[in-house]
Structure formats: C-alpha cells, structure tokens
Design a protein around this ligand. Sequence first.
Ligand code: SF4
Length: 425
Amino acid sequence: MDSERILTQLRVDGYDIVGSYQDADVVVVNTCGFIDSAVAESLDTIGEALKENGQVIVTGCLGVHPEVIREQHPNVLAITGPQQYESVVAAVHKHVPIPEINPHLDLIPRSVTETGIKLTPRHYAYLKISEGCNHKCSFCIIPSMRGKLKSRNIADVMQEAQRLAAAGVKELLVIAQDTSAYGVDTKYETGEWLGTEYKTKFEDLCVALGRLGIWARLHYVYPYPHVDKVIHLMAEGKILPYLDIPLQHGSPSVLKRMKRPAAAVNTLERIKKWREICPEITIRSTFIVGFPGETDEEFQELLDFLEEAQLDRVGCFQYSPIEGATSNALENHVPDDVKEARWHKFMQTQQVISTAKLKEKIGTTQKVLVDEILEDVIIARSEADAPEIDGLVKIDPNPDVKVGEFYDVLIDEADEYDLYGKIVT
Ligand code: SF4
C-alpha cells in the first residue's frame, strides 16, 4: 500500500513511472523487514538496483535499520522508514527535480502494459489516513515496527483526496491499520476543508469524502459502536456501502488469545444492525485458521459464525508465526496438516455462502467502474468489489466503453467469485 501511495503521489507531482532500470532517473526500493528471508531479498533488490541504475532511494520497513542497509550498500542516495512517505517523495524531489508541468492538467493515464509494471490504474487510488496502531494483537508486529497510531490531520487528508479526484481518480480506497480509530491520537483535532471545519475523526472523514462525488471505500474498520453512524452515510449514498472488517476469528476464546480490538462486542449483533440500516451493504472480512491452541470446538465456532454472519466476501489465511510476535509463545501450536484441513473446510463453507449471495444479483442492474478492456471481455467492478481482493464484473465487449468510467450493467450470470452482464447505459 505504501508503494501505491508513493507512486500515486509521484504521478500527481508529474513524474513518469517506467518499467526498466535503464529508463529511470532514480529507483525507489520499498523494502520489507518482517522476516529474515524478506530482509535478504530486500538487500538483494537494492544491490540489483544499484548495479543496474546506480541512483537508489530505499524506503519501507527495513529503513528502520539504516545500518544494515549501509553496511552492504553504502552508496544508496537516501534511506527512509516505513512511516516516512513524505520523506521518500522529498528524496525523489531532491535527486530528480519536479517536472515543470501542471500535474493536474498533464497527468497521463499509464496502463499496466504501457509501463510494464503493476501500478494502481489512474482511476483508483489509496488514501492512507494514519500510520501505526495502538492495539497489541498477539500475531502482529506492526505496532513494534511502525509505532503507535499517528493520524494525519483531516485537512491534509482531504486536500490529498481532492487533488486525486481532480486528477481523474474515481475511487478512493481509505486505508490505515485501524481506520475506525482515526484521529484518536490527535484528540480529534479540527481542520478546515472547503470552508467547513471537520474533526480528525472517522465519521467526519466519511462526511467530507461524501462531498467529493466519487466512490470512497473503507478498509480495515473494526466493529465499534461508532461505526454505525458511518453506515447511515452509506444508506444515504454518500460513501460506498462496503465495509472491510478484518474479524480474524469467530470464537470469543480465540479472539481473546489473539488480543483483538473490539473482541468483546457482539459482532453478529453489529452486523445485523448494519444490515438493518443499509440493506445493500457488502461486508468483507479476513480470518485466520489454526491459531495456536485452536481446538476442534473453537474451529466449529468459527464455522458457525460464518454460517450466521453470511458475509459477502471472505479471505482466509493459515496461521504462521512471525518473528517477534507474542503468539509464538502460546501453547499447543496447530500441526500444519490440521491447519490445511481446516482452511479447506472454511473455504468450502464460505464458497457456498458467497455463491448464493452472488446468484441473488442475477437480474439486477449494478453500477460498475471499468478497470480494463481486453479483446473479448471488459473487466469492471461493482460497488461490492474492491480492486485486487474481491470479484469482478465481466462484461460483453462494447466499443463505446472507456476505462475509468462508470456504467450500468444488467447481470445475467454469476459463479463463485464473479458476475457477468451487459451494459445497459
Ligand atoms: S489492529 Fe492488530 S493486526 Fe491490525 S495492525 Fe494493529 S496490532 Fe496489528
């Protein structure tokens, strides 16, 4: 996500993103320092970039250990850490001055094929509202790597959102480690945007985003009671009726061992309430199976939770230990074959639910945003589909359709993941 944000900002600043070392004035390497193999891979990548290009800026998690990088690669131009997105952009500015163009007028859409590397297409962008996290989930080392929650002022966030919208972005993906905690660290300080005073607060952010008139999609929200207010905004069509809530498990005892935020609230009740407020809401979540100590009964509780919650989109990971995570010290680690078997059972259970939910959409008309036009099919997404992680709407070819535009599509078919249809307007 940091890469997406850095790239988006650099493109807004007027830089071209190119697909080869030879064509680049400078190379930015975004590193990972979570596990030893990632450190070695990051150092190799820096070495390759230095050999092929010579002008290298390093950012990301490994940037918190500049000595490790400098020991092997003393010639890098700059090293910035994981929260220092502004610093990496500033380092690029220093070594390659901002092109003398008006970025809002001259921003040219560059597709994956044009650049040869994978970028966020110009019509959607990630909007990072805070860094770090105040929680202590036992399987996670983000707080120790990225520090405590640090929210950007709402005026700053909304100016960026407005700039992106002016540059042609049609969908903003709001991200943070815990989006619903936005502003707690600033004591909800105020900021002014378009002549209105807003608090640096989750609800105010959603109200302000609703004024942009483009899609705003919320990721990494926790099921706190104050989220209800935002669901009202979804029902009013101000922001997308879509919530990505990483629930991780459905058993209270496992959630307790995981030390999950909002584990005590009755999540099923919350979900029911959200659906009452906004019946068309899409709820996506991720889960972990095989967490240390997970018994057959606790796993069954998770399956029962899935059956009852009837979530629209679900991802599932098998637990794997990360160096430095406190969950490593828990007893009764689950054997790999049991994890694998539970993962399959989980996926089968959810697949039946997802397939039935998608089938209900046959015969409806869905607003879609077109991502890509291929020879024999148009790839789009509906309000229910976040890029990269959810399904697609596949549309019959139509010569009038353009990438990055909205259309209404009549759905005539569905499978386990995707919808199929024809453009009606
Ligand atoms: S909420 Fe938990 S899992 Fe998410 S970043 Fe914070 S500590 Fe990690």
